[in-house]
Write a protein that binds this ligand. Sequence first.
Ligand code: ZN
Length: 138
Amino acid sequence: MNIDSITNGFVIDHITAGRGMRIYELLGLDSLDCSVAIIKNVASKKLGKKDIIKIDADIEMDFDVIGYIDPGITINIIRDCKRVEKLTVNPPEKLINVIKCKNPRCITSTEQEINHIFKLTNKEKVEYRCLYCETKAQ
Ligand code: ZN
C-alpha cells in the first residue's frame, strides 16, 4: 500500500466499497484543515473492491464510529511516514450521539436534551436499535 503521502496520521484500509463517504461524514472529516483523501473502488484481494481513507493529521480517531459502520476495517497509524501500528475495530456495545433515531414519535425526536443512544442488538449482523423505542438503525 502506498502511504508515502502521509507524514503523521491514519490510513483507514479495507473499507467495504461504497462506505468510505459515510465514514468521511460521520467522522466529520470535511471540517478538517489537513489533507484527507478518499480512494474509492480500489482492487482488493480480500474484498474484491474496497475504499481507503488517508488522513494526514494526528486527529482524535473515533473508533466507535468506524466499528459501527464497518467492523472489517483496518486502521494504520502513520508516524514519520512509517506505519507504526495496525488496529482492527469491533462494533461498540453502545453508540452515543453518532446517529439519530428516525422514528418521529421517539422521545429523542421530541426532547432535545436527550442523548441519542443505540445499542448493539445483533453482533453478527452489526445491528443497532434505539435504546428508547427499539427502532433499527439504518
Ligand atoms: Zn428511537
